[in-house]
Design a protein around this ligand. Structure first.
Ligand code: ADP
Length: 482
């Protein structure tokens, strides 16, 4: 059963009980009052009648009471009936009828009441709307007889019925109005409770955006505020959990990627180390076999030295790279004058450019950065070295700087072989080379740009690759200005 149904039943039961009890008390009071009034009225009538009869008895001829009532009864009954307006009957002290104000009316059969009156008691009998009242008539010495009044109770009974109907009408009206008010009030409470229920249903379904929106200042209002606070805290917790889950998922993905990269790195390292070692071993065996061939000795020694140098450089780069990934980088930032540093590097590398038949040009603007000088040297030398290595005969390399807002762009542009667009994202991976033969020829192993990228990141800079006109490539390093 719904709350509304239960409440309606409760109100109805309460009202019916209250109205029933109240009506019972009222009716009991009314009938009690009527009876009291009647008894008082009849007692007064008896008193008056007794006074009249006694007066007659005392002032008249001296006879015994029975004879007196036998003789005077009919006249006295007529007289008393006329004065009271109701039927009066007189009996002697033996219970014999001696006078009746309505002699033609039927006799009343109320022997018990008459007997009680003869024993000096007041007794009355009601039957329908008629009251038969018997009272003893006390003379100066003894009981003279019994007086019997017969009166109609229809007025009292009509009044009582009227009160009953009135109570019924008032009771039913109060019940109807009470139920209506109760239902209206309960409807309001029930709609508030329904709103709260809907709100909790929404929370259960994961909808945390809507509140119960209950503008009340009672316990239901407090409950609504409580639910709202709970909704917010669940929302925050769920969001935090989602965020944590997403973080864990991306951490897991990063971990998987790292593991994969590490495996690939180890595979690449072993592979890259094997090649120069195989060459060295092959030429060492040749040396052992052909000890008397001076030309072979010369060639083999040169190759062994070149491959050993490559091996040495490679190992150094690998160590540097893994140290950078594992340990805190020994970063000593200082104010570096880029124009001066780049001019110095280009002067030092001029010899190599000349040897390769390449032109080295600079277009430098004054710019200062806050960075680790050694790292900058490493970055610039590597980029310049690549620009020379992967150039065309009689080509050129230009080092230029440009201020862009709060940063400086340092570009190393060459007129070389270029890098296909689709491979540009991969050249910063360790051991990645666009052309393995060309890289090997120039002593490269694909570690240079990986290291450069790491160094640039540590200096809070970025590195990008773009075309240099029709031929060649530009590597552009962007660093924040000091
Ligand atoms: P490497 O030691 O082989 O030079 P890097 O990491 O420095 O290794 O370069 C990776 C690859 O990127 C090189 O093998 C080369 O194919 C390509 N590359 C780098 N710089 C240039 C450039 N300036 N022009 C054309 N290709 C380049």
């Amino acid at each position: 059963m719904s709350l509304k149904g239960k409440f309606s039943l409760f109100i109805a039961a309460l009202l019916i009980c209250t109205i029933g009890l109240l009506s019972g008390f009222i009716l009991k009071g009314v009938s009690g009052y009527q009876r009291e009034q009647l008894e008082q009225e009849m007692a007064k009538r008896t008193e008056a009648a007794a006074a009249r009869i006694t007066q007659q008895y005392v002032t008249g001829t001296r006879v015994d009471s029975r004879t007196f009532i036998q003789l005077q009864g009919p006249n006295l009954a007529m007289e008393l009936g006329a004065t009271t307006g109701i039927r009066v009957t007189l009996y002697d002290n033996d219970g014999l009828k001696s006078g009746d104000s309505m002699p033609m009316a039927a006799d009343v059969n109320a022997a018990d009441a008459l007997q009680l009156a003869l024993r000096n008691n007041i007794a009355y009998v009601t039957e329908g709307d008629t009251l038969d009242y018997f009272a003893p008539l006390q003379g100066p010495d003894e009981l003279i007889g019994v007086i019997h009044f017969q009166t109609s109770l229809s007025a009292q009974h009509a009044f009582y019925r009227h009160i009953v109907i009135l109570l019924l009408v008032v009771g039913l009206s109060v019940l109807a109005v009470g139920l209506a008010i109760g239902l209206f009030y309960m409807n309001r409470q029930a709609s508030a409770i329904t709103k709260l229920k809907l709100s909790t249903d929404r929370i259960r379904q994961g909808d945390f955006l809507h509140n119960a929106d209950l503008q009340r200042y009672d316990e239901l209002g407090e409950l609504s505020q409580g639910i709202d606070a709970m909704r917010l805290s669940i929302h925050l917790n769920v969001e935090a959990l989602h965020k944590e889950k997403a973080n864990m998922f991306s951490a897991l993905q990063r971990l998987q990627l790292l593991e994969q990269q590490q495996k690939q790195f180890i595979g690449n390292v072993s592979h890259e180390l094997k090649t120069p070692l195989t060459t060295i071993k092959a030429y060492a065996e040749l040396l052992f076999l052909y000890k008397d061939d001076p030309a072979l000795i010369q060639d083999s020694s040169e190759i062994i030295i070149k491959e050993s140098d490559r091996l040495h450089d490679m190992l150094e780069n690998i160590l540097r790279l893994s140290a950078m990934e594992k340990y805190e980088f020994n970063h000593q930032p200082e104010r570096v004058d880029l124009k001066f540093l780049l001019a110095d590097i280009s002067t030092r590398m001029k010899g190599k450019a000349d040897k390769l038949g390449l032109t080295l040009l600079t277009d430098l603007q004054p710019a200062n950065v806050w960075a680790d000088r050694e790292s900058l040297v490493h970055i610039f030398v590597n980029l310049l070295d690549n620009a020379l290595k992967y150039n065309r005969p009689k080509g050129s390399v230009t080092i230029s700087t440009r201020i862009v807002g709060e940063a400086v762009e340092i570009a190393f542009c060459d007129t070389g072989v270029g890098i296909p667009l689709e491979l540009r994202s991969r050249i910063f991976e360790p051991f990645y080379t666009v052309n393995r033969d060309r890289a090997r020829q120039s002593g490269g192993s694909g570690l240079g740009l990986a290291l450069v990228k790491q160094f640039v990141d540590k200096q809070n800079g970025t590195i990008t690759v773009r075309d240099n006109g029709k031929f060649g490539t530009c590597f552009v390093v962007t660093l924040p200005l000091a």
